[in-house]
Design a protein around this ligand. Sequence first.
Ligand SMILES: C[S@@+](CC[C@H](N)C(=O)[O-])C[C@H]1O[C@@H](n2cnc3c(N)ncnc32)[C@H](O)[C@@H]1O
Length: 530
Amino acid sequence: MKPETSGRKVVIEQHKKFSESALWRFQREYFDQEGINAWVNQVPFYITSNPFIAKCYARLVLSFIRDWTAKHPEAKQHPFYIMELGTGSGRFSYYVIKTLEELMKDLEIKDIKICYIMSDFTKNNIKYWETHPTLKKYVDEGVIDFALYDMESERPITLLKKNVRLGPEVLVNPLTVFANYIFDTVSHDSFAVHEGKLYELLLSLSTDEQNMKGNRPVDMEQIAVDYTVKEAKANYYNDPHLDSILDLYKKSLHDTSFLFPAGSFHAIKFLKKLTNNKLFVISTDKGYGSLESLDHLGHPSISWHGSFSMMVNFHAIAEYFKNSGGDAFLQTPRKGIRTSVFASGFKFNELPETAHAIKEHVERFSPSDYFTLHRRISDSFNECNLETIAAHMELAGWDPHIYLKLTNRVTALIAEENDTETIGFMADNMYRMAENYYYMPKSECILFEIGVFFHAAKRYKDAHEYYQKALPFVGEQFGLFYNMALCLNHLERPSEALEYFKKALVLDPESKETQDWIAHIEKAPSEKEG
Ligand SMILES: C[S@@+](CC[C@H](N)C(=O)[O-])C[C@H]1O[C@@H](n2cnc3c(N)ncnc32)[C@H](O)[C@@H]1O
């Protein structure tokens, strides 16, 4: 649907090849300017940044490494690099690396070295990761490194901490590539098929004059997008692998428009060159996976959410890998996102553990299924009892993002249900949720909420400990000091309790309860304290 306009229209561009449109510049400028703030209530990211999806990826990677080293024992002498493209906030990276570390510990794998490369095209995201307290340990250990990489360019990629340039001498083992919500973000071309002919769709953009500032639209959502059609030249890309996919579409599709992930292909081809053609790629995004699903579509639509995104043509990516001697696994269709796995330089049937992991974690209960279930349950948290909530938390890998939505419900149920078994089970796993805390601006602090949980469960020592841990993140707040004071009072440490009630009173001098507590403690004899 075209946005409504009120003023004079400005033509931003006319009849542009899709992948050369100014849209992609606007997209990059958006992410560059926003940095980490892009994820504060603008660009959706939970679906690809939760502990469940991270566990799936970690299991896939570990299976792959085990298969690979079983077949190539000398591979253990070189690190396995994992590169995340368009990393964004870094929350997913943290969950993957943490899970991989746990899995390798459990399985007593000591002779494999992993280096996880968090990459993005904007320095602003890298700056955020560089100072992130949760990543520090892994950066210091050399397990995480950072790289500036723009998928639309072919500039050398250098690891910023190790100061190593990526190339075939460094990437001896296949490079694992994670591409979540990024193939939908980088450039696409667009084509149409009609009566056996292939057309390219050219793009024209316009917007209200008032929506333009300094050569760019203020609000991308107010851009009107129009398409014109031009017959596509033969051998459009001058690349036999890509052109054969267009030929296939021309022959097999009837009447449709489709996207062709030009920017993603650019990156895949470049990365193949850096790794002697050996890639193991896992990608989760919204997209098409079969020829049939590409037929009878209207002109491509754009989803706006601060930035914008488009459906990924996973079918074309799969064809490309298969045509060039590799392999592809496309998950059967789900309504939302889908996970796809690609190989270059080898086939999945040569790697039994990997093939099994793909079946278990991509085809069967997948990140997409998890999200569907989670969304349904989270709509009805207020009808769930403590036992159901605890089971869901376990499925979600004790995800702080979820717990933050149901903390009030849990506190109420602890008081109502007297379900000591479930409270015990939850208490035993609170440390896992604390470990999953990945600070992002303007998000609530899970450490405080864990404190509230223990407080409600009358485990005052634990509660106080978590309140203390929350302090650096939430800052000096009335609620925090007041709760700490209550716990200290229960722990029979009245002079500390008094100190914290007084701190709380400074922040809310009107608080009657705080005044009463201070008066109460000051009046009481102090012999209890040891
Ligand atoms: C939609 S976000 C996805 C972030 C993350 N992967 C996720 O799943 O939440 C797209 C990310 O890609 C980055 N990006 C945009 N254009 C890029 C390009 N040409 N090359 C590399 N990264 C790019 C943005 O900075 C942003 O971090």
